[in-house]
Design a protein around this ligand. Sequence first.
Ligand SMILES: CC(C)(COP(=O)(O)OP(=O)(O)OC[C@H]1O[C@@H](n2cnc3c(N)ncnc32)[C@H](O)[C@@H]1OP(=O)(O)O)[C@@H](O)C(=O)NCCC(=O)NCCS
Length: 152
Amino acid sequence: MLIRTATFADVPAMCELEEQSVAAAHWSEHEYDALFAADAPPRRVLVAVNGTDDAVMGFLIASCATDAWEIENVVVAPEERRQGIASELVSNLISRARAGAATSVLLEVRESNAAARGLYEKHGFRLQGRRPQYYRDPGEDALLLQFSIAVL
Ligand SMILES: CC(C)(COP(=O)(O)OP(=O)(O)OC[C@H]1O[C@@H](n2cnc3c(N)ncnc32)[C@H](O)[C@@H]1OP(=O)(O)O)[C@@H](O)C(=O)NCCC(=O)NCCS
């Protein structure tokens, strides 16, 4: 498995993965296309691919417009979960954030999303707050998590 920066050509595979993942943040194909527009706000879009055929097994999208980078979506194909793919994506992003002089990485997660909460907890994200009834269908609180980047 390799982690590489995504390109416009990865959008169909990313959309397909997202459609298979009820718990993912759901965007339109147009929104995924817009990630690669010349005037798009700064982001890191990473894909985890099979080293043999470059098939996309997972992806991570993060905005990096300020010192506080923000993970906007992380998805791994259902049949590829629990093999450390999301961990590799999150570790790779944290390394890039550190290299980019970010001070923290933030995100929002549904309170009931045990898999995602376990993933972020394992990487040292800590609870910063709660947004009551932030999500709809079904209505649910968002937990705000933060990873602080130590200044060495
Ligand atoms: C959350 C998600 C990205 C995790 O991907 P993954 O590749 O399976 O995660 P990893 O194998 O790297 O697991 C890393 C850690 O996360 C936690 N974790 C992952 N899946 C878990 C589960 N089903 N239940 C509890 N903890 C889980 C564990 O702590 C795990 O470490 P361990 O395997 O040493 O126990 C994946 O389940 C997914 O795509 N879910 C749907 C989309 C989603 O919810 N995205 C997050 C939006 S904020």
